[in-house]
Design a protein around this ligand. Structure first.
Ligand code: NAP
Length: 344
């Protein structure tokens, strides 16, 4: 039987991707869509400026958008995917969890909270059991779990693989697509013929979320990894797909060929949306490119270029689809993990 799910912030860039991924999903049935007060009460097709590359699913188009309020969501909905602005998520996500809903959220609020699992299934699925600590501490019947920021998700699966060689220092420079800022995020006057060399808060998110994701969970708390991460984040005029240049220093000597083999052997999971191969390594130094490679493994894969050796360690470029693997697809994978692990 399908799990009845809802989408909070269903009209936005990530909300639309969530609907695209959830509509054909064999285990989830869309039963509630919410957005801001200006959308509530409207038909979804009137409230959303639909921009995803497939039609609005039948059955969604004429659904009435509800208020983002626990009392307005049917009780028989078990799982909510949240793609709300973080200021809104901060206020309402705990209220939904307290009311008994399990919330799988994209928003940045509470990602670093001690009792909130921050999860990429292929990297740290064991952190999901932090839900037990959360429920004990907060007395919730529901739960709140997070996926990381889109720029963090692009890089961390590769770091999860390199961790076997001992991670010491990571330096990363990003080239991030405009869809990462949401539909109203960057004006065309700012981004056409231009690169914006700073994305507010993004560097800090990469530096902190990476360490929590790579940390050890002992059943009570996550001990953050002590790797030193320095990030510089740039917005570029691509539509989808974040490309990142990574420099990695490891405690053990590792050759580029060994690193590439380890990437190719990255262990996967058997969830419905799991990629067959988590990391695709290209031999061509001109890859990965956003337009050509953002849809590897239906947008759930990580594309990596040839690994080079530098005076300090390794250098490589990686790429992921920011609204699929970096946002909506990440939440859906976490939803599938919650189902697999008996939390729904
Ligand atoms: P977006 O396009 O601006 O969409 C925001 C959504 O939230 C819309 O559905 C909007 O509804 C709703 N909303 C706004 N204010 C609200 C309020 N006061 N109460 C209830 N609903 C409200 O943003 P987005 O790009 O989809 O991002 C959503 C979240 O995911 C953000 O926290 C973002 O940081 C995070 N994220 C985004 C990406 C990405 O690649 N875009 C990646 C990772 C994480 P209306 O249409 O009614 O205004």
């Amino acid at each position: 039987m399908s799990v009845r799910v809802g989408v909070l912030g269903a009209t936005g860039a990530v909300g639309q991707r969530l609907i695209q991924l959830l509509d054909p999903h064999p285990d989830f049935e869309i039963a509630a869509l919410t957005a801001s007060e200006s959308s509530a009460g409207k038909q979804y097709s009137d409230a959303a400026k639909w921009r995803v590359d497939s039609p609005i699913p039948e059955g969604v188009a004429d659904t009435t958008v509800g208020a983002t309020d626990p009392e307005a969501v049917p009780d028989d909905v078990d799982l909510l995917f949240s793609s709300l602005p973080s200021s809104v998520g901060e206020a309402v996500e705990p209220a939904f969890a307290e009311a008994g809903y399990v919330v799988s959220s994209n928003s940045s609020n509470a990602r670093l909270a001690d009792d909130v699992p921050l999860v990429i299934p292929e990297v740290n699925h064991d952190h999901l059991d932090l839900i037990e600590v959360q429920r004990d501490e907060r007395g919730w019947d529901g739960a709140l779990i997070k996926n990381p920021n889109c720029s963090t998700i692009t890089m961390v699966p590769t770091l999860g693989v390199l961790a076997q060689f001992g991670l010491e220092k990571i330096t990363v420079s990003t080239l991030q697509a405009v869809s990462g800022a949401g539909y109203d995020g960057v004006s065309s006057m700012e981004i056409i013929d231009n690169v914006l060399p700073h994305i507010g808060g993004e560097e800090e998110k990469m530096e902190t979320e990476t360490r929590k994701l790579l940390g050890e969970f002992d059943g009570a708390a996550v001990d953050w990894h002590d790797v030193d991460v320095s990030a510089s984040c740039n917005r570029v005029p691509t539509l989808d797909g974040h490309l990142e240049n990574v420099w990695a220093e490891t405690t053990e000597d590792v050759t580029p060929a060994e690193a590439e083999d380890a990437f190719r052997d990255a262990p996967g999971l058997d969830l419905h949306s799991s990629p067959e191969s988590l990391i695709r390594v290209f031999e061509d130094p001109n890859r990965p490119q956003p337009r050509l490679d953002r849809n590897v493994e239906n947008g759930q894969g990580i594309a990596v270029g040839p690994v080079q050796s530098t005076s300090d360690g390794l250098q490589y470029d990686c790429l992921a689809h920011n609204t699929i693997r970096g946002a909506a697809g990440a939440s859906v994978l976490n939803g599938e993990l919650l189902l697999d692990q008996g939390y729904l």
